[in-house]
Write a protein that binds this ligand. Structure first.
Ligand SMILES: Nc1ncnc2c1ncn2[C@@H]1O[C@H](COP(=O)(O)OP(=O)(O)OP(=O)(O)O)[C@@H](O)[C@H]1O
Length: 599
């Protein structure tokens, strides 16, 4: 026959487990003792009465004026691991107190071998309780004169630093957060953080308090603030819009308090697209983990996360209607917002309506551009835009520069979200197709010049074409092909590798051989409507024509706004030198030196 038994607990091993697996550091004992004292004040209705801590690095003592413990409950509560007075008959945590697991006091064994308690309930007798890490405790008469509890610890050898006044003061400061119960450490009252919620304040004071909180705790002055609330979690909060651009992939923690006490900075309180705000919340209803250093990721937490995300998103939508606030926001976050436009439909809509793109008719939003031109005609490269912009302006065609980070992705996302949006990616090759090469008449007329141009441009590894396009003031366009340039760079890279290429380079080699060979050389298109080109067609001196053509090439290269290479600059200098010599010679011919002035 089997007989019933009861678990024996090896307290030292349990403390080891708590110390290594539950709590992040032994300093948590301060938090647990302060939290017990605050809970006792809440129960007794003495929230405004002081809690006092005295410590000299060896002896630590905390005095509260809370509800105290009677003789009958002290052995039961403190002598039973996992027993707590802060749960109801059904095991639910009480609403206004913090503790619930019945293990917090044990954390004092992380720094001390014994815990001495002296407690008294209102109208009751003082009772003493002493527990040792060896797992034994005694109950005796206490000495406390007033209701409340005193707990004393003596530092275990090696743990003195955790009882050092400076460290204790810092731990208390961090932890008491927004609670208004005064806590003194060695006679000095610890100042709680500026409460950003302050229900008893008028609107002006509350706004000042919020800003002060952000400056003190987050270290910046916010661009904007707005309120947050999730009633089902008893949550109030404030969102602070960051005043400077930050990396959307960097997740900063959001300050989280539960019942006014600090839990910590949690990165996952908001989705990462909400990178432009940092929030502080205080929630009554969110469940704390047993270590009280984090929140339980339960259904309510998920509701809070969704609720907060929706409120940040709503704020952004409302911002759309407030021009000056929106401009202030975009001046800082425009690029970041574009980079995350695909994350939610609201963000995409905001970016579509309010974020500006460079276009050939001035900066404007994509939706304004659509309203004006119908089709989102865009370049994915800044170089393409620079070459194409003026030409298309003269043809009354709108062009968007989507060559900056993430801009093309936004346009693709718009198309994805609404297939009716009309989009057209444009490259310089498109322009070549649009302006076409010269008609047959022109081709004949300019054949000799074109031939000369091909020879003159050989040294620039550049092709030559003729074409007629507006504006006629532009003598030539240098059309480059970025993808071909990339291929050339890649080939060059591989050619420079000595020995066996590593896996990455071999993969690149595969790419090169798989790619159709392209003539990726730039093309100089001579504008047959341009007066200079027409005049040049009538000049047959090879030297002069070559020099002018190379100068035209240099001018077209500058127009692309790419860096002009040293070789090109030297060639253009030389060509200008030739033209200057010729000009000087013709001056000499027209005005030969007078024999008199020579003498
Ligand atoms: N300063 C105090 N005043 C009055 N009662 C106290 C005090 N400290 C502890 N107690 C009592 O002892 C019990 C056990 O405390 P302990 O800190 O171990 O657990 P808890 O606070 O209930 O829960 P948790 O483990 O979540 O902190 C408490 O529930 C409370 O009833």
């Amino acid at each position: 026959m089997s007989s019933p038994g009861a678990y024996d607990v090896d307290l030292r091993s349990l403390i080891d487990v708590l110390g290594t697996n539950l709590y992040s550091n032994p300093g948590v004992y301060v938090r647990e003792l302060v939290q017990n004292a605050l809970d006792a004040h809440t129960v007794a209705g003495t929230a405004d009465t002081e809690i006092a801590i005295e410590t000299d690095g060896v002896e630590f003592r905390i005095d509260d004026h809370g509800c105290g413990m009677s003789r009958s409950v002290i052995a039961d509560l403190l002598g039973t691991i996992g027993r707590s007075s802060k749960r109801d008959d059904l095991g639910f945590a009480a609403e206004d107190t913090i503790g619930q697991f019945g293990v917090g006091l044990l954390s004092a064994f992380l720094v001390a071998d014994a815990i001495d308690v002296d407690s008294r309930t209102p109208g009751g007798q003082p009772v003493g309780w002493s527990g040792s890490v060896a797992g034994r405790f005694t109950v005796a008469d206490g000495t406390r004169a007033e209701p409340g509890t005193t707990i004393r610890l003596r530092a275990r050898r090696g743990s003195e630093k955790w009882l050092h006044p400076h460290r204790v003061r810092r731990l208390v400061t961090d932890y008491i957060g927004l609670r208004r119960t005064p806590v003194r450490v060695n006679g000095e009252t610890i100042t709680p953080v500026a409460d950003p919620f302050g229900a008893d304040l008028n609107a002006g004071e509350r706004a000042a308090r919020r800003i002060a909180f952000c400056q003190d705790e987050f270290g910046f002055t916010p661009l904007e603030t707005f309120e947050l609330s999730v009633p089902q979690a008893g949550l109030r909060g404030v969102a602070y819009v960051r005043p400077s651009a930050s990396d959307p992939t960097q997740r900063a923690g959001h300050r989280c308090y539960v019942k006014g006490l600090l839990v910590g900075d949690l990165a996952d309180l908001l989705p990462d697209w909400a990178y432009f705000v940092r929030v502080v919340i205080d929630a009554q209803g969110l469940a704390l983990t047993a270590s009280r250093e984090g929140l339980v990721r339960d259904e309510l937490f998920a509701e809070v996360r969704d609720g907060l995300a929706a409120q940040v998103s709503d704020w952004l939508v409302r911002l759309g209607d407030h021009t000056s606030a929106r401009e202030r926001f975009l001046a800082v976050h425009e690029l970041g917002i574009k980079s995350i436009a695909h994350r939610t439909p609201e963000l995409l809509r905001f970016v579509d309506r309010h974020c500006r793109y460079e276009t050939n008719v001035g900066p404007m939003s994509l939706s304004a551009f659509r309203a004006r031109f119908g089709t989102l005609r865009y370049t994915s490269s800044v170089d393409d835009f620079r070459v194409l912009a003026d030409i298309l302006t003269h043809r009354g065609v709108g062009l968007i520069n989507a060559g900056h980070a993430f801009e093309t992705a936004v346009i693709r996302e718009l198309l994805h979200a609404n297939p009716d949006v009309s989009c057209e990616p444009v490259t310089q090759q498109y322009l070549l197709g649009q302006i076409g090469v010269a008609g047959t008449d022109d081709a004949d007329t300019f054949a000799v010049l074109l031939d000369a141009a091909r020879r003159a441009l050989l040294r620039f590894d550049c092709r030559a074409e003729t074409g007629a396009f507006d504006p006629e003031s532009v003598a030539a366009l240098l059309i480059t092909d970025d993808s071909a340039q990339l291929d050339r760079d890649r080939e060059q890279l591989l050619a420079n590798v000595e020995g066996k290429a590593d896996a990455w380079l071999s993969a690149l080699a595969g790419l090169v051989t798989d790619t159709e060979p392209v003539d990726g050389r730039p093309t100089l298109v001579l504008n047959t409507t341009n007066p200079l080109i027409q005049r040049l067609n009538g000049i047959h001196d090879e030297l002069v024509r070559g020099a002018v053509l190379r100068t035209i090439y240099g001018q077209a290269a500058i127009r692309t706004r790419r860096p002009v290479s040293g070789v090109v600059a030297a060639e253009v200098d030389e060509a200008l030198g030739i033209l200057a010599d010729l000009a000087a010679r013709s001056v000499d011919v027209v005005n030969p030196p007078s024999p008199q002035s020579d003498s």
